[in-house]
Design a protein around this ligand. Structure first.
Ligand code: NAP
Length: 296
């Protein structure tokens, strides 16, 4: 096999962010304001803090209005809902994102349902999930699946008619990506199989795939023998593995045994630098979409 295309998610994300910045400047002038994104963080989870920081930084780079709401561990559900109500009513805010996971005993489902669906740029509100299922393009699609679809498009991978195997059935990734890729239209029309921890004979399923998307959450889950020659592999996983040579004491890897799988692939995404940067880029794109849909 010739060497695989390593899909550069960072470069594609940078291009999308550049387009968002230009379009935002155009739309902002007549409105007298720029798109606004509010990110709500509850507690001290270090990974969540890092995600929130990077979302805030990207907002600022694009000239978006960025609101960072940090609440202490132990915040009451009623206080969190009151904050959401305030952000729903804030005309400078087009997108609201509550960083997951919320500390117990906060009820994440109730919080998501409290967000105005027209500001739900994460796409987790039941109305937006229903719109995705109904192929109603006015809604918001979760950012990671949207990023996977866009990566495939930008890398020139035709999914129409192809067999795409999605490993994982969470709403945040697997289930939403399956709904997206089975729609009619550009970047879709795929034959989708969704597999999960109860799937039997997984190797036979993945070996029949033209495209595999791994969203499992366990390092080295997809190995060379699981993939047929010429497949395209998108690795959504973000897993910490101990690495004493790294100053943090760990490094991030995906769900795919990259060294073993890559030589068999036509194209593959690395971790880091694949799906991760696309998730933030699509969050900005969704915020801009919300801004554009609002009356001038
Ligand atoms: P999740 O909610 O834990 O879902 C994992 C899914 O994988 C479940 O559906 C589970 O099946 C399935 N699974 C577990 N073991 C399996 C196996 N051996 N074979 C096949 N399927 C298996 O995780 P998630 O939120 O979807 O995230 C998945 C991964 O993506 C994580 O590493 C996460 O950090 C990463 N992620 C990355 C981004 C990004 O921006 N790059 C964004 C979101 C998530 P059951 O349903 O049967 O339990």
């Amino acid at each position: 096999m010739s060497s695989p295309l390593i899909i550069d998610g960072r470069a594609i994300a940078d291009k999308i962010l550049g387009d968002c910045k230009a379009r935002s400047a155009q739309l902002s002038a007549p409105r007298g304001r720029s798109p606004g994104l509010a990110v709500v963080l509850v507690g001290e989870n270090p990974a969540s803090r890092a995600y929130v920081r990077s979302k805030d930084k990207t907002c600022r780079e694009l000239g978006f209005h960025s609101v960072k709401e940090e609440l202490p561990e132990g915040t009451l559900q009623a206080d969190l809902l009151a904050l959401i109500a305030r952000l729903n009513a804030d005309a400078r805010v087009d997108g609201i994102l509550v960083q997951s996971p919320l500390p117990a005993p906060l009820d994440e489902g109730a919080v998501v349902r409290a967000i105005d669906p027209t500001k739900d740029v994460d796409g987790f509100h039941p109305l937006n999930v229903a719109k995705l299922a109904l192929s109603d393009l006015s809604g918001f699609v979760p950012c990671t699946p949207l990023g996977c679809q866009r990566l495939l498009l930008e890398a020139g991978v035709e999914v129409a008619g192809a067999h795409v195997v999605v490993l994982g059935r969470s709403l945040i990734v697997g289930k939403s990506l399956a709904l997206l890729l089975m729609q009619k239209g550009p970047g879709a029309d795929a034959t989708v199989t969704v597999a999960h921890s109860r799937s039997r004979d997984l190797r036979a399923i993945t070996r029949s795939a033209d495209v595999i998307v791994a969203a499992i959450g366990r390092a080295n889950s997809l190995r060379a023998d699981d993939v047929r020659d010429g497949a395209v592999v998108i690795d959504v996983g973000i897993n910490r593995v101990d690495d004493p040579t790294d100053k943090r004491g760990y490094r991030l890897v995906g769900d795919v045994d990259f060294a073993g799988v890559a030589p068999k692939c036509r194209a593959i995404t690395p971790v880091p630098g694949g799906v991760g940067p696309m998730t933030i880029a699509m969050l900005m794109a969704n915020t801009l979409k919300s801004f554009a849909q609002r009356a001038v």
